[in-house]
Design a protein around this ligand. Structure first.
Ligand SMILES: [Zn+2]
Length: 93
């Protein structure tokens, strides 16, 4: 089976990750609730930030930051729903 390397993701992922992520809808692996990340419970600490489901308290994601990078782990998120701009597909290539 023919495949492409990861560079082929640059275009599509640039579209999906150029948004206010707090408005993305995340589905909790624990209880199945789908809600905007803005509705999650966030627990910042010196070691990093833990984001928990507002319904069942399961860890959805963790964020650990240093001066020059960040590590973001979507531990308990089954999927993230990103609304697409309907005009994107209508623009000339
Ligand atoms: Zn949950």
């Amino acid at each position: 089976m023919t495949h492409l390397d990861g560079n082929s993701l640059a275009g599509p992922l640039a579209e999906y990750f150029a948004f206010d992520v707090t408005m993305a809808v995340a589905r909790c692996d624990g209880c199945g609730t789908s809600a905007e990340l803005a509705r999650a419970m966030v627990y910042p600490s010196g070691a990093g930030t833990v984001v928990r489901c507002g319904t069942c308290d399961r860890v959805l994601m963790t964020v650990v930051e240093s001066e020059d990078r960040a590590w973001i782990r979507f531990t308990g998120v089954g999927a993230i729903e990103v609304r697409r701009d309907p005009l994107v597909d209508e623009r000339p290539a």
